[in-house]
Design a protein around this ligand. Structure first.
Ligand code: FES
Length: 185
């Protein structure tokens, strides 16, 4: 059972940093209680269902290590901290910050009209491709081509001392995270 504070705070576990592969992103399914996202009273009113009913909203969250993308599109240095080799939990505050700085926590919904993007590899090079109108993004979620007006949306997230990544159902649409967060290039 997770601590109550995790739930009431709106944080949901995504995965352990140990589960993030190098050189490609990986998607994880996370169920966010709907009342965390939109307020329980609103949900109850709209749905006509009283207190106690739990609605969840299923998100596919892509995690990747920030990765150097060369001008020809090939991938270079992976920003995976060295200390992860010897350690899988009990991270200090500084180590958690380092992990947070070096991961991408991205929505799978295309920033154009929201179709689910997929990671495709062709001739050894991978990109997120949106099947609807051909939007393209790199491993860091940065815009590469097609109609999307920006890179993939990012969740508010944190890394806990056991190495688990937690996310909130809120995105970098303006607000404190801003639009253009610096990517590793
Ligand atoms: Fe993805 Fe249009 S919805 S390119």
């Amino acid at each position: 059972l997770l601590g109550q504070s995790d739930v009431s705070n709106g944080w949901q576990r995504v995965a352990s940093v140990k589960e993030i592969p190098e050189g490609e992103p990986k998607d994880f399914t996370v169920n966010f209680p709907l009342d965390q996202s939109y307020g329980s009273q609103k949900v109850e009113k709209r749905s006509g269902v009283g207190t106690g009913e739990k609605f969840t909203i299923k998100n596919a969250i892509y995690l990747s290590w920030k990765t150097e993308v060369k001008p020809d599109g090939s991938l270079g240095k992976v920003m995976k901290p060295e200390f992860l080799k010897n350690k899988s939990k009990g991270f200090s505050k500084a180590q958690r910050k380092e992990l947070e700085k070096n991961i991408n926590v991205m929505s799978n919904s295309c920033a154009h009209l929201g179709c689910p993007v997929r990671w495709l590899v062709r001739e050894g090079e991978g990109l997120f491709l949106c099947p609807c109108h051909g939007g393209l993004y790199n491993i860091n979620g940065a815009y590469v081509g097609g109609p999307p007006p920006r890179g993939l949306y990012r969740y508010t997230y944190e890394v806990r001392s056991n190495g688990d990544v937690y996310a909130k159902h809120e995105f970098d649409v303006g607000g404190k995270n801003g639009y253009a967060r610096p990517y590793v290039v």
